[in-house]
Design a protein around this ligand. Structure first.
Ligand code: HEC
Length: 196
C-alpha cells in the first residue's frame, strides 16, 4: 500500500478537528469555493472527512469488491477532479493482479492481465457540501460478451450499496477512446504515484 505523508499528516489534523465538532456537523463535509481550486491539504481534509462515509455507503449491501478495495494499491497521491465522471473528486484503487501494469500508466501496445480490477471512488459536491458518489468498477475479463468492450466489464455501486444501473456501451463509448491505454483513463498526471 502506498501512502502519502503529507496527506496522512493533514488527515490526522483534520480528524483531530472533527472530534471537537458536534455529532451532526461530522457528517457534513464542506467544500468552500471552487472545487477545482482546492489545494493538496484541502483535498486531504475533504477526503478524510468523506473516507468513512464512502466505505459505509459502498459496503451497505455486502458487495465483495466494496469490502476489499481499501486494502488494494492507491494509484494517486490524492483524490482529484478530472472533468469526466461529472466533475467529482476521484480516487482509483487497483487489485494485486492489476498493480504492476497499471502503475506504469503506459501508453502503447499492451493489455491489462485478466483478473485486473480497478475501482474508482467518487465524491460529488452540491451546494458547498460533499456527497458520496458512486463507486465505479472495471474488471478485465475473458468472455465473448466483453470482446466488443475491450474485454472490460463495467459496473458500479450506488451510495446506497446497490448496483449502479449502467450499460456497457455507455461506459465504453468514452473509455474506448483511450486506445493506447487499454481503455483506461488514468488519474491526472500531477497526482499519479511514481514507482521508481
Ligand atoms: C465521458 C467519459 C467517461 C465515461 C462516460 C465514463 N468514464 Fe470512467 N473514466 C473516465 C476518465 C477520464 C477516467 C480517468 C479520470 C481520473 O482518474 O482522473 C476514468 C476512470 C475510470 C476508472 C478508473 C480506471 C481508469 O484509469 O480508467 C474506472 C473504474 C471507471 N472510469 C469506470 C467507469 C464506469 C463503470 C463507467 C460507466 C458507468 C465510466 N467509467 C464512464 C472517463 C469516463
Amino acid at each position: 500500500m502506498i501512502r502519502l505523508t503529507l496527506a496522512a499528516a493533514a488527515a490526522t489534523f483534520a480528524s483531530a478537528m472533527t472530534l471537537a465538532l458536534p455529532a451532526a456537523a461530522q457528517d457534513a463535509c464542506a467544500v468552500e469555493g471552487d472545487r477545482w481550486d482546492l489545494d493538496d491539504a484541502g483535498v486531504a481534509a475533504l477526503y478524510d472527512c468523506m473516507e468513512g462515509q464512502m466505505l459505509d455507503a459502498y459496503t451497505k449491501e455486502g458487495d465483495a469488491i466494496a469490502g476489499a478495495y481499501r486494502d488494494w494499491t492507491i494509484t494517486a497521491t490524492r483524490a482529484a477532479v478530472a472533468g469526466p465522471h461529472q466533475e467529482r473528486f476521484l480516487l482509483t484503487f487497483v487489485n494485486d493482479v492489476a498493480t504492476e501494469q497499471y502503475l506504469k500508466f503506459e501508453d502503447g501496445d499492451f493489455e491489462m492481465p485478466v483478473g485486473s480490477i480497478l475501482v474508482k471512488e467518487s465524491i460529488g459536491v452540491r451546494d458547498g457540501t460533499a456527497r458520496v458518489g458512486p463507486l465505479f468498477i472495471m474488471e478485465k475479463v475473458d468472455t465473448a460478451e466483453a470482446a466488443e468492450y475491450g474485454n472490460w466489464f463495467y459496473s458500479g455501486i450506488q451510495p446506497n450499496g446497490k448496483p449502479l444501473k449502467i450499460s456497457q456501451k455507455f461506459c465504453h463509448d468514452c473509455h474506448g477512446g483511450y486506445e493506447g491505454q487499454d481503455s483506461m483513463g488514468y488519474p491526472l498526471e500531477e497526482v499519479r504515484v511514481s514507482v521508481n
